[in-house]
Design a protein around this ligand. Sequence first.
Ligand SMILES: Nc1nc2c(ncn2[C@@H]2O[C@H](COP(=O)(O)OP(=O)(O)OP(=O)(O)O)[C@@H](O)[C@H]2O)c(=O)[nH]1
Length: 360
Amino acid sequence: MPLMATLQFPFGPSIWNMRPCAIRMDSLSAHPTTYCGTRTSVLDMSKIKNHLLTRTLGVLAGVWLCSSLAITTVAWLVATARGTFGLAMLIACLFGLCGLAATLWLIDRRLLVPLRRLADHVRFEHDFGGTPREIPFDLSSRTDAEGLLARQLQKLIEASRNHNAALLEQTLNDPLTGLGNRRMLEKRLDILVPLSRRLSCTVSAMMIDVDHFKPFNDNYGHLAGDSCLVDIAGVLRDTFRRDTDVVVRLGGEEFLVLLINTGKEEAWALADAMRGMIQALGLPHEYSPVAPVVTVSVGVVTSPNGLLIDIDEMITYADQALYDCKAHGRNRVAARLIGADETSAEPIAAAEPTAQTSSG
Ligand SMILES: Nc1nc2c(ncn2[C@@H]2O[C@H](COP(=O)(O)OP(=O)(O)OP(=O)(O)O)[C@@H](O)[C@H]2O)c(=O)[nH]1
């Protein structure tokens, strides 16, 4: 509000173009911690506002005083010389108007035009999806209050960009394992679903569940459980490395992998290899009836030829395949195939684990 008040002089249409800038700068300082994250910047902003106000009023008063003195002198001289008071007053008024117009023009060129350009820049930068742009050099290199304002705004914009990027990172990642989370999955699906449809390619999803994780947690402790989840996430990251592979932790001890252009045999083979690698980690789990080490069960579902319509549907089918795994003793891979008629998803088989020999 203070800066807004500073700029509300009736100087013609260009003044009204300043409104967005005034509001934006005002809102920056009104929410310092959420927008720029520093209180120092707010102090600087208020200094700038005071500086601008003092300077504008100073320029106005100076120009007005000088022109009034000049006008009065000229009027007095003319009236004395010609003895015609009316003519003298007319000339004085003309001079006065010219002085006023010159003052307004100067203020517009020196103060308002740069501020208007700054407002345009801030408006552009406010769209954080855009490519970052430096503030125009002729503005930021100025040594006066406008230059200071430009540099401060650039700092605020950069701080805000970094802050937003960090927040985005946090909202898309699982803090424990560093894998993506459900929101990341949704974001990637926005790209992958249309792509798989356009290319009419197969899509496979895997639901991975740690076998008997509750007794592991209960007996070895929550920290050991966390460390186990991190190790499993590492295997997933190493196994599914293509740019289009999506690996997320859905929550708890459940992970989801989405593979574009991957048929059922390939998905099955990958899932089984990954299952073997997790078993080969050899994380002791003496409370598991399946094996003396940590193992996983994997439900795989494949949608042929871009039939992936809805991720929730894929997850439901993958869950059913996972249920098949559990019904057959865990530490294995089971797969389902979504046919043209998606309601008749049929189980392909529940694969005997190739690396199950050690599990007994
Ligand atoms: N350490 C740790 N444990 C978690 C986390 N999230 C969930 N859990 C634990 O994971 C366990 C999940 O237990 P259940 O859902 O019963 O699964 P389960 O024991 O693996 O049983 P099955 O899946 O049928 O083999 C619970 O003990 C949760 O407390 C986490 O972030 N860290």
